[in-house]
Design a binder for this molecule. Sequence first.
Ligand code: FES
Length: 122
Amino acid sequence: MNHRVFTVGSLIPGKSAPVRNSPISTVFEKRKSEEIKPDLEKIIVVQGSNKFEITPVKGKLLDAALNQGKPIKYKCQKGTCGQCTVQVLQGPGLSKPNEQEHFKLGNELNNSYRLACQAVIL
Ligand code: FES
């Protein structure tokens, strides 16, 4: 018969159990750390109650989102209707707001709002 042996010493407070570095625990720890790290390369925007993660591709933010199947609402694509307004939670490599965005969004630019049809991924 195969019996596991437990000792009283393993139950003493302050005494730590031996650390095992099994392949399973190593893989688990690695995956856990990967899940915690945000993908800083992605552009993350919110429109209404929808949150979209967009992989940066040079060009208009709206085009990148739509090409990646992210259903951002839009209409004119000229910076006049405001339908494509998004709040950028994370946006590495975005252009500075242009004239249309300043005119349409005003102070909302300070709260990270952008027009997806005008913001350019550099
Ligand atoms: S789609 Fe009209 S302002 Fe962007």
